[in-house]
Design a protein. Sequence first.
Length: 217
Amino acid sequence: MKRIAFMAALLISVSLLVFSQMSCQPAANTNAPETAAANTNSGRETVNTAAIESELLRIENDWPRVLKEKDVEAVRRIEADDLVIVYPDGKLGNKEQDINDIQTGALSADSWEVADLKILVLDNDAAVASGRSIVKGGKYKGADGKVIDISGQYRFVDTFARRNGQWKLVASAGAPVREPVGEGSPAAKASPTVSASPTPRVSPSPRISPTTTPPRP
């Protein structure tokens, strides 16, 4: 009888000890899955926005020199072979036409200014440049020898993609400004222009259809 009482007391003591140890353990972290999910983005690459902006601004602003020196090698280097150009009248252009226009000197202007130039960095391999071109004394000589006046103001958007470590222009679109910003207007004062005179700034695409005279300011 004593042996049974002793065994019962021992069993109760062990049970109390186990219960006590379980009570002292910290509660399970129910947020563990959420924490893990929150850390899934920790491996994202860092986007060097300042460096990308600087490089694309350099590319955009190098076109006066490209035009003056007829540097078609720079055009071949910057423009993607599958470049798509949308002119203000809706017509399409390509890299081959751009190279021909610069090589032959078909595109010219007394001055070509750039305003509102901005770079929107999407990630390490994609970005968009936008701005406003102000063309004075602009001329375009077509294949038929006819010279078209292309003076006016135009909004443009250039899309860049980094391919094999090099920035390439993959798309460009332009549209005429129906109500051009005057030099004395509040908008013009708030958005200073960058003059490319006496050599015109030429985008990777003319942004102006060679077959259509754009509307005058």
